[in-house]
Design a protein around this ligand. Structure first.
Ligand code: UFG
Length: 326
């Protein structure tokens, strides 16, 4: 059993990981400023409403608990917004991480699991993408994550901070037993927007139908949020066992097009998805699929949710509960 600080633990992936850590018997405290996350995602008595830029607040938290490790999610995640306000993303995502790392150094906490993204690869030359692919973000969001990755590499070398970096592909789904799921405001992600179209009858806009893919729509690697949570647990175990700093892709390894996601939602819900086709969204690569063999081999990680239907089904159960349509 370890004592863990989860930053951004009131958010989507952070809250699933917090629940999974507690279920494994770890002692968890959550730091979240609730600018994006929700207090109702955090189990009772675990939430500390602190902003990462609040050095005094961080120092108090680290003084009150002797953390063995930190799992760091807290960040802004909207790619489009990051293009409109780059400085906001660098201040929050890079600046916030630097503030956290200073607090960790002062408290002598030397293990970190970091939430990174496939956006560090930008537009890849080929898929599936291995960790060794060129790192060329095409938006400030991806760059802000890469800058934090770079900081972690130097901190490993210069100050002995050990980190596991997980580059997620498209997180989706929900864990019904914990009553939590994907809630973003505003929502920009495909699966919740597919459900919104079903609920409201207002059509989903499919961004582009002229990509060089089998049906002309973008292909993504959808991975269940509980499988991502499991990857964090494995990463933490490796650090607790004295393992080295490492970087892993975390995706299910299968690509599905926007139309295939829509069709899966139609099968799961039994309802048609009202939709229209619009222009491409700026910065969308045609295809992003992970080569996650390193994570599977090194950490014995195996995604439990193997089919798109099972992922969409779990997301639908949460969406229906949230909107009172079950
Ligand atoms: N899409 C639509 N219509 C919509 C919303 C999305 O057609 O209304 C399409 C997108 O164009 C894309 C696919 O659905 O092809 C998935 O889009 P999402 O916005 O759900 O996810 P992204 O692939 O854009 O982004 C995800 C994460 C980011 C991360 C990125 C890494 O949400 O945080 O993967 O590639 F940076």
């Amino acid at each position: 059993m370890a004592k863990i600080l989860v930053t951004g633990g009131a958010g989507y992936i952070g809250s699933h990981t917090t629940h999974a850590l507690l279920a494994q018997g770890h002692d968890v405290q959550v730091l979240d400023d609730l600018s994006k996350g929700y207090a109702h995602n955090v189990p009772e008595g675990r939430l500390n409403v602190v902003n990462l830029h609040d050095a005094a607040g961080l120092a108090r938290l680290f003084a009150a608990h002797q953390f063995d490790a930190v799992v760091h999610f807290a960040a802004f995640i909207a790619v489009g917004e990051s293009v409109g306000e780059p400085e906001k993303y660098f201040r929050n995502n890079v600046g916030g991480s630097l503030s956290l790392l200073s607090a960790m150094r002062k408290a002598n906490v030397r293990r970190l699991v970091f939430s990174s993204t496939a956006a560090v690869y930008g537009t890849p030359e080929s898929t599936p993408i291995p960790e060794t692919a060129p790192l060329r973000p095409v938006n400030p969001y991806g760059e802000s994550k890469l800058m934090t990755e770079t900081t972690l590499r130097w901190m490993d070398q210069c100050s002995g901070l050990r980190s596991v970096i997980l580059r997620y592909f498209n997180a989706c789904g929900a864990e019904s037993q914990w009553g939590i799921g994907e809630e973003h405001e505003p929502e920009t992600h495909l699966i919740p927007l597919v459900f919104r179209a079903i609920r409201t009858g207002k059509p989903l806009t499919i961004f582009g139908q002229d990509y060089p893919t089998s049906d002309g729509t973008c292909i993504r690697d959808y991975v269940h949020v509980s499988d991502l949570a499991a990857a964090h647990l494995a990463a933490l175990d490796s650090l607790m066992a004295g393992g080295p700093s490492r970087i892993f892709n975390a995706g299910a390894g299968h690509g599905y097009s926007v139309l295939q996601v829509m069709q899966a939602a139609e099968r799961v819900t039994g309802k048609p998805v009202p939709h229209t086709f619009g222009p491409r969204r700026e910065g969308d690569p045609a295809e992003l699929v992970a080569d996650s063999s390193k994570l599977k081999q090194t950490m014995a990680w195996q995604p439990r949710y193997a089919t798109l239907e099972s992922m969409v089904e779990s997301a639908w159960a949460f969406d229906a509960k949230r909107h009172g349509t079950l």
